[in-house]
Design a protein around this ligand. Structure first.
Ligand SMILES: N[C@@H](CCC(=O)NCCCC(=O)O)C(=O)O
Length: 250
């Protein structure tokens, strides 16, 4: 059987005086080496996309993290400069892609910004600069140069027994993860079930209620250590299995 294909919506990045449609290597590597699927990077378009044409041709969707933030207008807030940087083309591509994938039952794994997009796509809201709230840790990207240190596994989250994410991770209770975010879910979308939290109450994992298949989001970055960290590997292997099962049915 040919390796199934997944869609990864791109970011718009500016490099060499040009705009690029880009995805980070860590997501591609986790997809290819652990989930054993072929990622296609989907261009981020503010308009003119035919996402049904994309979804007719893929067997899974992986929504990656990004340093940019979902535009606050998409969850009913007035944007301030502090809420940036923004990536409207990414928003315009990811949010409808998420809704369509859920509707079609295409396996969906949403990571960090992807979890935040999942929440907004289904009607939830986000909080910014969460570290400034009383009792909330600093979940931001550590100010270091080495990416391995930046993505170091350094904080416990607590996974609910019997949850979808527990099944995919192969464990429940405390699991150690990395953390590189300054936003988080504020109001959980009606169709999302919280399945893991940090000790400070920050939502760390959700699943889609009544999903037709694999449909979870995590605030941490399992892709970065997917080859070596057991829960990270288990999550990407479970995603790959769901994608292959979808491909076989399709
Ligand atoms: N911007 C959002 C989402 C955070 C996220 O996806 N972080 C990944 C960092 C990627 C990088 O900087 O290399 C937030 O801050 O909450």
């Amino acid at each position: 059987m040919l390796a199934p294909i997944i869609a990864i919506p791109a970011d718009i990045r500016h490099l060499d005086k040009a705009d690029w449609h880009a995805a980070q290597t860590q997501y591609v590597n986790a997809a290819v080496k652990v989930a054993k699927v072929i990622p296609l990077i989907v261009p981020a378009l503010e308009d003119g996309h035919d996402l049904d044409a994309v979804l007719d041709r893929v067997d899974g969707v992986l929504i990656s993290g990004s340093a940019s933030n979902v535009h606050p207008s998409l969850y009913g807030k007035v944007a301030t400069e502090a809420d940036g940087p923004f990536d409207p083309a990414r928003d315009a591509t990811s949010l409808p892609l998420i809704r369509k994938a859920i509707e079609r039952g295409i396996p969906l794994l949403a990571i960090c910004r992807g979890l935040q997009e999942l929440n907004v796509a289904l009607g939830g809201t986000l909080a910014s600069e969460i570290q400034e709230q009383p009792g909330i840790w600093d979940h931001r990207k550590p100010p270091v140069d080495s990416r391995d240190e930046m993505y170091a596994i350094r904080q416990p989250v607590f996974v609910q027994e019997g949850s979808c994410i527990a099944r995919h991770l192969g464990l429940a209770g405390e699991v150690q993860v990395n953390s590189l975010h300054r936003q988080a879910i504020a109001e959980t979308a009606p169709r999302l079930q919280v399945e893991a939290t940090a000790a400070d109450g920050t939502i760390e994992a959700v699943s889609v209620i009544d999903a037709k298949g694999f449909a979870v989001g995590v605030q941490w970055h399992p892709e970065y250590w997917a080859e070596t960290d057991s829960p990270s590997r288990a999550l990407f292997e479970a995603f790959g299995e769901a994608v292959r099962a979808y491909a076989a049915r399709r």
